[in-house]
Design a protein around this ligand. Structure first.
Ligand code: ADP
Length: 171
């Protein structure tokens, strides 16, 4: 699997699936979630509503993932995953790793070969960027998946620099 890092907007990526750092309600929000719903249009929210009415009446649990259409985005699917809120008092990194593993599992089920990830949990959920980068890169590298390209789409220069440092540190 090829892992690429780019600075940019995930809603513009021409990949099979883009991962959304959603919240458990699946009803949209700010940050990357808001951008995906805005650019993708109402078809995404319609499928999210249907998921809430069926499989996920209590919301999508943290660390899990589920797919919907990507609506008007260039991608075919959105894989929604719920990152953990960062906590100093508790190591929630297994849940952050799980977001990546479960999203790749969903991608495999869809037959998605190329998948773009944002820096999950690093926005309003407060995860320090360098640590999130290390966890995301380590997890994706170790994942057993048919996905051929994982593209981390980092929104700003600081996030891109953090992921680049983490990749260099992993060797
Ligand atoms: P979380 O609730 O998981 O922290 P956020 O959406 O608040 O999710 O932030 C996750 C990361 O996504 C942040 O680093 C933020 O800068 C980034 N981000 C926001 N908009 C976009 C976008 N359009 N494309 C890629 N990344 C984005």
């Amino acid at each position: 699997m090829e892992i690429t890092l780019i600075q940019g907007d995930i809603t513009e990526q021409a990949v099979d699936a883009v991962v959304n750092a959603a919240n458990s309600s699946l009803m949209g929000g700010g940050g990357v979630d808001g951008a995906i719903h805005r650019r993708g249009g109402p078809a995404i929210l319609e499928e999210c509503r249907a998921l809430r009415a069926s499989r996920y009446a209590d919301g999508l649990p943290t660390g899990q993932a589920v797919a919907t259409t990507a609506g008007r985005l260039p991608a075919r699917w959105v894989v929604h995953t719920v990152g953990p809120v960062y906590a100093r008092s508790e190591d929630r990194s297994p849940l952050l790793a799980s977001c990546h593993v479960e999203s790749l599992k969903v991608a495999d089920t869809l037959g998605a070969a190329t998948v773009a990830f944002p820096a999950i949990s690093t926005g309003v959920y407060g995860w320090p960027m360098d640590d999130a980068a290390r966890i995301a890169l380590t997890t994706v590298r170790q994942a057993s998946t048919s996905v051929t390209e994982v593209r981390f789409v980092l929104y700003d220069a600081e996030a891109y620099a953090a992921f680049t440092r983490a990749r260099d540190a992993l060797g």
